[in-house]
Design a protein around this ligand. Structure first.
Ligand SMILES: Cc1ncc(COP(=O)(O)O)c(C=O)c1O
Length: 422
């Protein structure tokens, strides 16, 4: 977009960038809501100079907020030193980030990190590892109803929503979806032909929900029993989002289980594209030997330098405790808001059920005329200067920067009743 475009009057400006967008970009994301030009901390600004409190953080990506000085410094220093090399070589940034991941996950010897560029790619690598599980020859992988694992063909096969999969049939074969939270159904589905169970410790895209107590333990026990891998997709829930480095390290969520493979992305790069597939202990044995997988950009020094800055800043600034403290405050405030029902999730990955105020009946769900349309609530929020996500009918997702403060959140809490009722 030209400089001239940004200098036009606000109303013309909005129409111009919308026109520009539809002329040159794919329609796959629909029409963009804003033309954003700048970010700082918990805020972003659009081309007309309007300021927004970013309660979505690029969908759980901007862990340190926008343009955090440590993140900017790491990227610019790395870019001016060594920007890209192939995977014929390694770099201090790549080794440093892998070492830090080993440290925060307290990984046993033999554990290994494979870097890629996104969550879907991290899961795609884990999918290939699952195909090699137990020496190969196990045709089935189990995924969970409500799961979202990405959009490439392997990750898409794991994703539960049929509307995402159907247009691209035939999909990758062998994936079986079992009902959410149902241990008996899992027991009935899993056997010696199962290569792996893929599971998000917190399902994000379905509206932010954890699993019923005992479910992750049952997944661990059953996968161990049949010799299948337990693969945790922590693309959204990891990197401090729930108040632990990774959600499964929270005893309430993870119930003390140790997975075989962990996938990470989103917050890991804090805004730089990166994914990681982490095999725990000897889980790498027989999986992805030299030459069986690859990537040009995975492990890129700039992305790894950004990732290292994210992890070091979370540690240095004690952001895990900060997330838990702000979350406790936020949940207490939200519980007092008329029109908010159930609050799901943990830390700064929260799902809010919209009940439509005192007269609403949450039990009847979105069909109840009293339950506000989450998209309409998000549109009103945007108008008022708050970015929130209408993740599902009657549900809103909040995933702000881990650095957000209670002072920054207060205007949103004050505005919320009006945003819900309209
Ligand atoms: C749990 C989970 N897995 C995988 C993905 C896909 O990640 P990406 O969009 O980086 O490919 C997402 C994205 O929303 C996700 O939430």
């Amino acid at each position: 977009m030209s400089e001239a475009t940004h200098q036009q009057a606000p109303t013309d400006q909005a129409q111009t960038w919308r026109d520009d967008f539809s002329r040159v970009l794919s329609p796959v994301f629909g029409s963009p809501q804003l033309d954003l030009v700048r970010g700082e901390g918990s805020y972003v600004w659009d081309a007309a100079g309007k300021k927004y409190l970013d309660l979505l953080a690029g969908i759980a990506v901007n862990a340190l907020g926008h343009c955090h000085p440590a993140w900017v410094k790491a990227i610019t220093e790395q870019a001016s030193t060594l920007g890209h090399i192939s995977n014929f070589f390694t770099s201090p940034a790549q080794i440093g980030l892998a070492e830090k991941l080993h440290e925060v996950l307290d990984l046993p010897a033999g554990s290994a990190v494979f870097f890629s560029n996104s969550g879907t790619e991290a899961n795609e690598a884990a999918f290939k590892m699952a195909r090699r599980a137990a020496g190969g020859g196990r045709p089935f992988i189990i995924a969970i109803e409500g799961a979202f694992h990405g959009r490439t063909m392997g990750a898409l096969a794991l994703t539960a929503k049929e509307a995402y999969r159907e247009p691209f049939a035939p999909g990758v074969p062998g994936v079986v979806h079992v009902p959410y939270g149902d241990v008996e159904a899992l027991e009935a589905a899993i056997n010696e032909n199962t290569a792996a169970v893929f599971i998000e410790p917190v399902q994000g895209e379905v509206g932010v929900r954890t699993h019923p107590a005992g479910y992750l333990t049952a997944v661990r026990e059953l996968t161990t029993k049949v010799g299948a891998l337990m693969i945790l997709d922590e693309v959204q829930s990891g990197i401090g989002r729930t108040g632990s480095w990774f959600a499964h390290q929270d005893p309430e969520i993870g119930e003390g289980i140790t997975p075989d493979i962990i996938t990470s992305a989103k917050g890991l790069g804090g805004g730089m594209p990166i994914g990681a597939t982490i095999t725990v202990g000897d889980a790498n044995t027989g999986l992805l030997e030299a030459g069986q997988h690859g990537t040009t950009f995975g492990g890129n020094p700039i992305a790894c330098a950004a990732g290292l800055a994210v992890l070091e800043t979370i540690e240095k600034d004690n952001l895990l405790d900060h997330v838990s403290e702000v979350s406790d405050w936020l949940k207490a405030q939200l519980a007092e808001v008329d029109g908010i029902g159930e609050i799901t999730g943990k830390g700064l990955l929260l799902g809010l059920e919209l009940t439509g105020g005192a007269s609403g009946d949450s039990a009847t769900g979105a069909a109840d005329a009293q339950v506000p349309d989450s998209k309409a609530v998000a549109a009103r929020a945007l108008e008022a200067g708050f970015i929130i996500n209408p993740v599902a009918p009657g549900r809103v997702r909040l995933a702000p920067p881990l650095t957000i403060t209670t002072d920054e959140l207060t205007p949103f809490i004050e505005a919320l009743p009006g945003l819900i009722t309209g």
